[in-house]
Design a protein around this ligand. Structure first.
Ligand code: 4H3
Length: 224
């Protein structure tokens, strides 16, 4: 899977490119991350890509032309690419959406800054708008990285031992609690069942814990 990212801050993506699960996926040639500096598509010597909003008000708006030209350039080689704009107006990023996006071969992630992009980009150039939650962040880059990480985990072989099948959300639930050595610390002990060696009982306990925690913290997960 290829991610082409349109951004004013390409360096930010070193955070996922250099370390962790995404970095491993890149090393195994299962995914790649290409960044495109939007300023390279500016048509003025100041490399400016924004303008004041029609109608007045605070902040700046990202102009259509540089974005459209950058998308066209990427699509020369990958005409089938799906263009995703990260914004609070988007469809909520969930495990289900991550599974769906993991089937795509090439994705263009458009990262906004300032007040966002000119609406005509959303109308004409964007295939899908995706949101990581009901809050505003200062740029689309962090949202794009969240999307890449969660989608990458669902691509077969990116996780060492196909652990994505173990993702709690693969069951549509929150995770059960985890424990490791030592057996007792500061008077706190590990639940007996986990030391029993009886795998069926352990599995049943974990399932029951996952259900209980999901019911308490995210009851809407159980309504599905
Ligand atoms: C995504 C992007 C929140 C989300 C974002 C989200 C800056 C979008 C700018 C950028 C626009 C103004 N905030 N919830 N911020 O996924 O381009 O919103």
């Amino acid at each position: 899977m290829i991610f082409d990212i349109i951004t004013l801050f390409p360096q930010m993506f070193s955070a996922i490119r250099d370390e962790g699960v995404v970095a491993r996926g890149i090393k195994k040639s299962l995914l790649s991350i290409n960044t495109w500096q939007l300023r390279d598509f500016a048509d003025n010597k100041y490399r400016s890509v924004d303008g004041a909003p029609y109608g007045g008000g605070a902040g700046m708006v990202m102009q259509v032309k540089p974005i459209r030209d950058c998308i066209a350039k990427i699509k020369q080689k990958k005409p089938q690419s799906t263009v995703i704009y990260l914004s609070p107006q988007g469809e909520k990023l969930t495990h289900k959406l991550a599974l769906e996006l993991a089937n795509l071969n090439s994705v263009i992630l458009l990262c906004g800054r300032y007040e966002g992009v000119d609406e005509r980009v959303v109308e004409h150039d964007v295939d899908r708008e995706v949101s990581i939650g009901d809050y505003v962040i200062s740029g689309g880059e962090l949202a794009a990285m969240v999307l890449i990480d969660t989608v990458a985990r669902q691509i077969p072989k990116v996780l060492g031992n196909s652990a994505s099948l173990n993702d709690s959300f693969a069951q549509g639930l929150l995770d059960h609690p985890h424990y490791t050595r030592p057996e007792i610390i500061d008077g706190q002990s590990v639940p007996e069942v986990l030391l029993s060696g009886h795998q069926a009982n352990i599995d049943a306990w974990r399932k029951q814990q996952a259900l209980k925690i999901s019911q308490q913290k995210c009851p809407y997960l159980l309504k599905k």
